[in-house]
Design a protein around this ligand. Structure first.
Ligand code: HEM
Length: 462
């Protein structure tokens, strides 16, 4: 076939497009390039170039695991300084990925997640109690309180470890260290090759942050070893699990890598999801009303129960639509397994890194029509959602792809449904600033920036 070159901004010698990317908000720069160049564009960084694809058709093609696989070059390569070949950052062919995947999958299976419901509920109640005590005059820093919630939830449910974040004004040092570690990992992956001393200060901070993360995880592991437990949770699986295929076990170092991986991957994204969901609900009063009505109809005024979770169809649609417009992991990386042609006309070589820009492909008008940019949960109701995914495969990918897709999806889903239900059942919410327009804070994941709300207790709490 006739091939055409992949377009992209010219960049500068040596540094390529490094200075074309806003270090505070890299996603914004990528979205601007997508608007400028369309379905595909190439950016050059020192030592590598990445091809970005931005519509459903190309994303779908690159989700074919026969031709493409997860790549860990860019930011994930830098994150490996902290967590090595842990589940998220391992290359497909590294033995520790398979071992950890097979050992940890059962710990996150449907039954295991359902058994975590009471502990998820306990942390959600702590959040509700805090907001009830503070009353309607207190301004709620939404992302911070949801971050407390999701960090405490993943640690309690999967490791029986209590961060007790609601009992501290300051966030746990893990949170700050994690955020700057993730931001710096992104920056390192794009920075020009200047002499090492130019980076000595940020490098020192980078390794200090890694130390905080590892010490936190070591604390979790030590605490379990000192107080052995009968619980069948993730940490037990890490300590006792034997890989059915190789007979291999996870070393202590590998356990630390994976504890940090789960602490990070298990809370950042869900906290972002909940925060964005409230931004959207408060901007869309009609949706808000429907969501609250569903909670009232399904749950009444009593305690929220596990069996309600799969009855909250509208809330599920709200969450799906939130992840469509605001995918908290807005981009993932793959590479080609062979020399190939994509989109019928773009030639690429084996090993070419690609970025699947979900933040743009989720807005593809070919899939979502001319209301693609609107928040409209109706299109994500169960039947519509199924139809969309059948007609336009891979049009909604917030949990990633294939064998490297999110292991925590059922966990995140149950947690998000529960928290939405607890919040809407007990409170009426108001935005602090009715004119708030969505802005992003980005580490590797995205969250809304500067978003505050107030919570008024409805009649009685459960
Ligand atoms: C992988 C999204 C919640 C643990 C992924 C990937 C995405 C994703 C896009 C693939 C990354 C890639 O291809 O490079 C999300 C979203 C979440 C969420 C949007 C919440 C709304 C969670 C939770 C956990 C978790 C709660 C842990 C309990 C992981 C792990 C991987 C992963 C360990 C790597 C899996 C592997 O490569 O085998 N997630 N995630 N995630 N996620 Fe999640």
């Amino acid at each position: 076939p006739q091939t055409v070159p992949i377009p992209g901004p010219p960049g500068l010698p040596l540094v390529g497009n490094s200075f074309d990317i806003d270090t505070e908000f890299p996603l914004g720069s990528m979205l601007n390039f997508a608007d400028q160049y369309g379905e595909i564009f190439r950016l050059n960084f020192p030592g590598r170039n990445t091809v970005f694809v931005t519509n459903q058709a190309l994303v779908h093609e690159l989700c074919d695991e026969k031709r493409f696989q997860k790549t860990v070059n860019s930011a994930l390569h830098e994150i490996r300084h902290g967590v090595h070949d842990g589940l998220f950052t391992a290359r497909n062919d590294e033995p520790n990925w398979g071992i950890a995947h097979r050992i940890l999958m059962p710990a996150f299976g449907p039954m295991a997640i359902q058994n975590m419901f009471p502990e998820m509920h306990e942390i959600a109640s702590q959040l509700a109690l805090k907001w009830a005590r503070h009353g309607p005059n207190q301004s709620i820093k939404v992302t911070d309180d949801f971050t407390r919630l999701t960090l405490d939830t993943i640690a309690l449910c999967s490791m029986e470890y209590r961060f007790n974040s609601y009992y501290h004004d300051d966030m746990h040092p893990f949170i700050d260290a994690m955020a700057s570690f993730l931001v710096e990992s992104g920056n390192r992956s794009r920075r020009p090759a200047l002499p090492a001393f130019m980076y000595s200060k940020v490098d020192r901070k980078f390794y200090d942050d890694i130390r905080v993360l590892r010490e936190t995880a070591e604390g979790v592991l030590k605490s379990r070893k000192e107080h052995p437990s009968e619980r069948k949770d993730l940490l037990t699986a890490m300590l006792d699990g034997v890989d059915p295929k190789t007979g291999g076990k996870l070393s202590d170092d590998s356990i630390i890598d994976n504890l940090i991986t789960f602490l990070i991957a298990g809370h950042e994204t869900t906290s972002g999801l909940l925060s964005f969901a409230f931004v959207q609900l408060l901007k869309n009063p009609e949706t808000y009303r429907k969501a609250q009505k569903e909670v009232d109809d399904v749950c009444g005024k009593g305690p929220i129960k596990l069996e309600y979770m799969n009855k909250l169809h509208y809330i599920a649609a709200v969450l799906r639509e939130t992840l469509r417009l605001c995918p908290t992991i807005p981009v993932i990386g793959v590479e080609s397994k062979e020399d190939t042609v994509i989109g019928g006309k773009y030639e690429v070589s084996k090993g070419q890194p690609f970025a699947l820009l979900f933040a743009k492909s989720h807005l593809d008008p070919a899939v979502y029509g001319d209301t693609a940019n609107d928040f409209d949960p109706e299109r994500m109701l169960d039947e519509n959602f199924e139809r969309l995914n059948k007609e336009f495969p891979d049009c909604w990918k917030p949990f990633g792809n294939g064998m490297r897709a999110c292991i925590g999806r059922p966990f995140a889903w149950q947690e998000a449904l529960l928290v939405m239900a607890v919040c809407l059942q007990n409170f009426n919410f108001m935005p602090e600033d009715p004119n708030y327009t969505l802005q992003y804070k980005q580490t590797l994941t995205t969250k809304p920036k500067g978003f505050y709300m107030r919570a008024m207790l409805r009649d009685g709490m459960s």
